[in-house]
Design a protein around this ligand. Structure first.
Ligand code: ZN
Ligand code: ZN
Length: 400
C-alpha cells in the first residue's frame, strides 16, 4: 500500500475515534436513592424528560428521588414537579458547575462541571456527568495526582488519563455511561479545585495521546514509585506489552516512597511458604534460605522460578508495598526491606515528578517510561518528538 493511502486511512480512523465529550458515572460507589443539586457557578436549566422547568436560582435546591426503576421524582425548591424517567441539568453557559450532595445515603458533597443526567437502574439512581474532555481529565489528574506538583508532571498525567479515557470508552456501556468515577476506571472525585497548574497542563496537552505502533491507544499504567527499577508487565499480569520493559530508573531513588521496612512473625512467614507453596525446607540449597532472600534486580519468584512462589502472592498475603524486597531474620521476626510502592509497571509517579523538577518536558518523561510509544495529536494527526517539535513524517514502520 502507498504511504499516502495508509496515512489517509489512519486519519479517517482517528477522526471517528476523536471526541471531546465523556459520559462519566459519578457516585458509583454507592446506591443513591435521593440526591440534591445546587447552583455553584454559571447557569443551568432543569428538565424532567422533555419538559423545561427553567433556570435554577442561586439559593434553590433541586431534589431528585428514586421511586422505581422507571420513575424519578423531581422537586425544585419546595415545589413537587412530578415523576419522570430522566432528569437533566443542562448548562446554559459553558463551564458552569453544580454542587451535588447525595442525601440517601448521605455522602460528601462534590462539585462537577457541565451537564448532569439522572436515570434509574433496578436499585437506584444512575448519575451521569456529561463532561467536556478537558474538564474530565483535569478532575482525574487532581484526584489521582494531588495538588502542588510540577507542571510537566501534570502534563504527563493528563496525557495518560486522556489516553486511558479514549482507550476504555466502552468499559461501562452496559451501565449507561462510558467510565466510572472509581479507581476501577480512573478516580474522578470532582472538578479541579486546588490547582490552576492542572488546568494549564490539560490545556497545553489538549488532544495529545499515546498510541502504540499499530495506532491503538496505549495502556497507560502508572504506580507511586518503582524503587529504582520498573517491572516487566509479565511479572505482574503474566502478559507481555511491547512498549513496556523493565529498566533501571534513577529518578525516584531518593524520594518519599523509595524504601520501606516491615517485620513479620517468623511462624507466619514459614506457614505461608511451607503450607501453601510446599517450600522445600529439607533441601540443602533452598532449605536454609527460607527466611533470607536477596533481590539485586527485580525478580518474579521467591528464590528461584523452580519453586513457583510468585512474589506478587507474598506481596498480597503480607500487604507489602511492592514485590521488590530483600529479607533476613532477626530473632523471631523476618525483616522485609523493600523498595518502591505499587506494581512498578509503566510510569513511576515520583520519578516523573523529579524529572519535571530537573527540567525534562512531558514528552521526554512519557517517552522515558514508555519508550516504544508514539505521541500524537488526534485532532490534526501531528506527531511529536522528545524536544516537543512536531514532525510530520509518518512514524510507523512501512514496508516500502
Ligand atoms: Zn469503571
Ligand atoms: Zn522509579
Amino acid at each position: 500500500m502507498k504511504k499516502s493511502v495508509i496515512y489517509l486511512l489512519y486519519s479517517l480512523l482517528s477522526l471517528t475515534a476523536y471526541s471531546q465529550q465523556m459520559k462519566v458515572g459519578i457516585f458509583t460507589d454507592i446506591i443513591t436513592k435521593k440526591i440534591n443539586f445546587a447552583y455553584n457557578e454559571g447557569s443551568y436549566s432543569v428538565f424532567g424528560d422533555s419538559t423545561d422547568f427553567g433556570a435554577i436560582l442561586q439559593d434553590e435546591f433541586v431534589e431528585v428521588k428514586f421511586i422505581s426503576d422507571k420513575q424519578i421524582e423531581l422537586k425544585i425548591g419546595v415545589e413537587n414537579k412530578g415523576v419522570f424517567k430522566s432528569i437533566r441539568l443542562i448548562e446554559t453557559k459553558f463551564n458552569s458547575s453544580l454542587a451535588i450532595t447525595p442525601s440517601e445515603p448521605i455522602a460528601k458533597q462534590r462539585k462537577y462541571r457541565n451537564d448532569i443526567e439522572v436515570k434509574t437502574s433496578a436499585k437506584g439512581l444512575v448519575i451521569i456527568n456529561n463532561v467536556d474532555m478537558n474538564n474530565y481529565v483535569s478532575g482525574v489528574v487532581e484526584s489521582e495526582g494531588g495538588a502542588g506538583k510540577h507542571l510537566e508532571y501534570y502534563k504527563v498525567q493528563a496525557l495518560m488519563s486522556r489516553t486511558y479515557a479514549l482507550k476504555y470508552k466502552k468499559k461501562h456501556l452496559k451501565d449507561g455511561y462510558e467510565l466510572c468515577d472509581r479507581v476501577h476506571c480512573q478516580a474522578y472525585h470532582s472538578m479541579v479545585r486546588y490547582s490552576k497548574e492542572i488546568d494549564k497542563a490539560v490545556k497545553e496537552t489538549e488532544n495529545i495521546v499515546m498510541k502504540d505502533e499499530k495506532g491503538d491507544y496505549v495502556d497507560a499504567f502508572f504506580h507511586a514509585n518503582c524503587g529504582g527499577q520498573t517491572s516487566d508487565p509479565k511479572y505482574v499480569w503474566g502478559a507481555q506489552v511491547p512498549y513496556l520493559n523493565s529498566f533501571k530508573d534513577t529518578f525516584c531513588l531518593y524520594t518519599k516512597q523509595a524504601t520501606w521496612e516491615k517485620r513479620i512473625q517468623k511462624q507466619k512467614w514459614s506457614d505461608f511458604l511451607v503450607k501453601k507453596y510446599n517450600y522445600p525446607i529439607t533441601d540443602t540449597i533452598y532449605g536454609p534460605l527460607l527466611y533470607t532472600f536477596n533481590q539485586p534486580e527485580r525478580m518474579a519468584f521467591y528464590q528461584s522460578p523452580k519453586l513457583k512462589i510468585p512474589l506478587r502472592d507474598i506481596r498480597q498475603e503480607f500487604k507489602l508495598k511492592s514485590t521488590f524486597f530483600n529479607n533476613y531474620i532477626d530473632g523471631n521476626e523476618v525483616v522485609i526491606r523493600g523498595r518502591g510502592y505499587g506494581h512498578g509497571v509503566g510510569l513511576c509517579q515520583e520519578g516523573a515528578m523529579r524529572m519535571g523538577r530537573c527540567g525534562f518536558n512531558f514528552l521526554q518523561i512519557a517517552l522515558y517510561y514508555f519508550p516504544g510509544v508514539v505521541i500524537t495529536n488526534i485532532s490534526n494527526d501531528t506527531f511529536y518528538d522528545q524536544s516537543g517539535d512536531l514532525f510530520l513524517c509518518y512514524p510507523y514502520k512501512l514496508d516500502e
